[in-house]
Design a protein around this ligand. Structure first.
Ligand code: NAD
Length: 501
């Protein structure tokens, strides 16, 4: 990795913050600093945008043929495979996830680079011919890179979220400035190193490590930025959208979720069905300590099944082994920060004050770090804050329904709309309910998988636009209609302008 503190990359040069400011990166397992990065500011951001602007307006990358852009993305995928263990371990330490999760993240990042390489290489570079209704007109719609992209990412999946933006941005021929979360910037710095090693022209990739309210805000408002793609919380996302509107730039927002996991009793009519639904409900809620935008944090279960299901779920939740993600047998790491821990504690306290019944967890284990025990809150209802708002911690709420209509109404009763699942053995019901859920991703008898080929994003306040898939690629391009008249002649709209003689 680049020298500590020189984590800002501008126009081909690694450097420290112009102000000299630095930030300690905290290991959430024991709450001690283990790395130092540059704390960039507005001046660093302006330099980075200027470098990306020059690289877009005059540099090689936007003029590089699609096949060569695809080849570079594939070289990045190979480098990610080469460095899988190193990067997976760094992500594990930085974000407090298990080593296995860190490895899976690197694999998913590799797959994103491969997917966008295939997508750009396989499309017809000549554009889409449009029938103008005349042999004298040649009309074609082509797609061009949007320009300088500002990419702002969160701390829960730092590398994965970066790749969902960087890979399509580069595939389309854009240049970019990325600002990773100030809490977990380390693997994004490594990814920029790999892009350079793979041969990306200098200036096409720039990174400014630093806070959201200075670096992030400046990127969102900067007049030389053409698009801002943001993944993070609703509050910061709203500010980004406001800035982007003031400067009329394209904006893509991937925000939070309050995701329902709807379980019908028929899904649990066999011992295997019951075991699978319980196991997946645990996974939905507690993987990465619930710090997942699509976490299945609302269990919505058919009333007669509730007691048996919640009892078994709670028993298993108590067995989840917490610890350092690289230690053998550890299944869950800590929360990412003291702030996230305090937030989780506050939500659980408010739920108990509002009448929820604690079935598992509910507090911190003994010892250092930002750990919180997987928590199951029964007897919850829509009026509770913990049911309406995104906790982003290992907290599962339980609500019940008696009819299919009630299940759908509960699942849709959220201002978000990122993802949700339905568990049933009835194929017709599965398709009916999936069709009625107002969420960007709906799983039937599963939870959490995504595909790079399929669009990811949210209804409602879960965001604007999509990542992944052809729709995610489209965010990074402008459509241009080229209309050619093969037999030009006067229009004669203005009779008085007719030529004399
Ligand atoms: P956050 O909003 O606090 O921060 C996200 C990023 O925005 C960080 O880089 C931060 O520095 C920056 N930022 C903060 N204020 C800003 C401002 N005023 N202007 C510009 N940038 C600013 O979010 P977080 O706590 O890092 O991440 C958790 C959130 O991200 C959750 O709400 C989660 O649901 C969401 N998320 C969504 C998805 C998705 O695909 N929809 C994926 C992962 C995370």
């Amino acid at each position: 990795m680049t020298a500590a503190q020189q984590t800002i990359h501008v126009g081909g040069e690694w450097r420290a913050a112009l102000s000299g400011a630095m930030r300690e990166i905290i290991d959430p397992v024991d709450a001690t600093p283990f790395e130092v990065v540059a704390e960039g500011g507005v001046a660093d951001t302006d330099d980075a945008v200027a470098a990306a602007r020059a690289a877009f307006d005059f540099g090689a990358w936007p003029r590089t043929p699609a096949a060569e852009r695809a080849a570079l993305l594939r070289r990045v995928a190979v480098l990610l495979e080469r460095d899988r263990e190193r990067i997976g371990a760094l992500e594990s330490r930085d974000a407090g996830k298990t080593l296995q999760e860190g490895r899976v993240d690197v694999d998913c990042v590799r797959d994103a680079f491969r997917y966008f390489a295939d997508l750009v290489e396989n499309e017809d570079g000549g554009g889409r011919a449009v029938d103008a209704g005349s042999d004298e007109i040649r009309s074609v719609v082509v797609h061009e890179p949007v320009g300088v992209c500002a990419l702002i990412t969160p701390w829960n999946y730092p590398l994965l979220q970066a790749s969902w933006k960087i890979a399509p941005a580069l595939a389309a021929g854009n240049t970019f400035v990325i600002k990773p979360s100030e809490i977990t910037p380390l693997t994004t710095v490594v990814l920029v190193e790999l892009l350079l090693e793979a041969g990306l022209p200098l200036g096409a990739a720039n990174i400014v490590t630093g806070p959201g309210d200075t670096v992030g805000a400046r990127l969102a408002e900067h007049p030389q930025v053409d698009l801002v793609s943001f993944t993070g919380g609703l509050i910061s996302g709203t500010k980004v959208a406001r800035s982007a509107a003031d400067s009329v730039k394209k904006v893509a927002l991937e925000l939070g979720g309050k995701n329902p996991n709807v379980v019908f009793a028929d899904a649990c009519s066999t011992p295997e069905g019951f075991d699978t639904a319980v196991d997946q409900a645990l996974n939905a809620a507690f993987i990465h300590s619930g710090q997942v935008c699509s976490a299945g944090s609302r269990l919505i279960i058919e009333e007669p099944l509730r007691d048996r299901f919640v009892a078994e779920l709670s028993r298993r939740a108590e067995l989840i082994r917490l610890g350092r993600g690289t230690d053998a047998g550890v299944e869950c790491g800590p929360l990412v920060s003291a702030a996230q821990l305090a937030r989780t504690e506050a939500y659980v306290a408010s739920a108990l004050a509002e009448g929820a019944a604690l079935r598992a967890g509910g507090g911190r284990p003994a010892g250092p770090g930002y750990f919180f025990r997987p928590t199951v809150l029964d007897r919850c209802h829509r009026g509770m804050r913990v049911v309406r708002e995104e906790v982003f911690g290992p907290v599962l709420t339980v609500e019940t329904f008696r009819t299919e209509e009630e299940a759908v109404a509960l699942a849709n009763d959220t201002e978000y709309g990122l993802a949700g699942a339905v568990w049933t053995s009835d194929e017709h019901r599965a398709r009916r309910v999936a069709g009625l859920l107002r969420h960007g991703t709906v799983w039937i008898n599963d939870f959490h998988p995504y595909l790079p080929q399929a669009e990811w994003g949210g209804f409602g306040k879960s965001g604007i636009g999509r990542e992944l898939g052809p729709g995610g690629f489209a965010e990074y391009r402008e459509a241009k209609h080229i209309y050619q008249n093969l037999a030009p002649r006067p229009v004669r709209w203005f009779a008085g302008t007719t030529a004399k003689g």
